[in-house]
Design a protein around this ligand. Structure first.
Ligand code: ASP
Length: 310
């Protein structure tokens, strides 16, 4: 196990078609993915820990306007940005999560504070923001989160009961959560996920991204997993934990467990999306049942790479 390390990231899955993409836009996505991947990869390569690697990679994706998390978070029914995030480490299975937080530049960093600096696992809304203010975590004004494309997307459904996954109009169905999973050289695993959820969401809707076991899970005996997709199905399928269970109880490999969950068990309940995973041997997996998933990975024996389409 020693000296092996691996990292994988995602920036959301969905109907991402090359025919809908300009070369410039594709290049931008790849650049931002590679930047985030390298931030985590460099930490691991120089002997850093898995939690810091996933936090750094997810923070970089939150800082990009291209993905539905942090700066690029979608608009909710009130025209605001409510964000969910969670993080977990595999050694002691400690975890931290926040949901429906506003204004925070990097919700994943708050999730890490919940894990390390509180007695709790899951904080929501105003309470989570009050907790955040004890630390040096940056808050940004509304302008920072304003993205014209997402604003127009919201305006088109704002006075209806519709809500949609990021860009999930028929021709471009795409989920926009971001996530990272990592194995460090000491054999520890970690997973992190962050999202703005669904455009025009209301009633305090929260998806799988901040739910430990659904959108995020890490256990040194099995794997670290971060998911993206239609959150309601990932919650019902307890997807991240399901992969871990198939490995632990049925002895499946990371690859086979992930594929069974995404291509079979999730599809049985009509769920679509994908996940990324790593195990303690330095293997990684990038599974999805959609047209594409923004993704990337690298390890002790694989140069960092990024990809978008099936
Ligand atoms: N899973 C996220 C949610 O339901 C959305 C996504 O992955 O795009 O909130």
């Amino acid at each position: 196990m020693e000296n092996k390390f691996a990292i994988a990231i995602h920036g959301g899955a969905g109907t991402i078609l090359q025919s809908e993409m300009t070369p410039e836009k594709e290049e931008q996505y790849k650049q931002d993915l590679m930047f985030a991947l390298n931030r985590g990869y460099d930490i691991l390569k120089s002997g850093g820990d898995a939690v810091s690697a996933v936090e750094a990679a997810v923070s970089a994706l939150e800082d990009s306007a291209l993905f539905n998390a942090g700066k690029g978070a979608v608009f909710n029914a009130q025209g605001e940005h409510e964000m969910d995030a969670s993080i977990m480490e595999g050694k002691n299975r400690e975890a931290g999560a926040v949901a429906a937080v506003k204004g925070l530049k990097n919700p994943i960093q708050l999730a890490r504070k919940v894990m390390e600096k509180s007695e709790h696992v899951f904080l929501v809304g105003d309470g989570a923001e009050i907790f955040a203010k004890q630390f040096d975590l940056p808050f940004m004004d509304k302008e920072y989160f304003h993205d014209e494309f997402r604003y127009q997307q919201w305006l088109s459904i704002k006075d209806t009961d519709n809500f949609q996954l990021d860009h999930s109009v028929d021709k471009e169905k795409k989920f926009g959560t971001v996530g990272a999973v990592a194995l460090d050289m000491t054999g520890n695993l970690a997973a992190a996920t962050s999202t703005g959820g669904m455009t025009n969401k209301k009633y305090g809707r929260i998806g799988d991204s901040s739910i430990i076991g659904a959108g995020t899970y890490a256990n040194n005996n099995t794997c670290a997993i971060s998911c993206t997709g239609s959150g309601e199905f990932f919650i019902r399928g307890v997807v991240a934990y399901d992969v871990s269970c198939l490995m632990e109880l049925q002895g499946l490999s990371l690859h086979d467990a992930a594929e069974q969950v995404i291509q079979k068990r999730l599809m049985e309940i009509n769920g679509d999306g994908g996940l990324i995973g790593v195990d303690q041997k330095g293997n990684f997996v990038l599974s999805f049942n959609t047209e594409g998933m923004y993704r990337g990975a690298g390890s002790y024996n694989t140069q960092p790479f990024v990809d978008i389409y099936k």
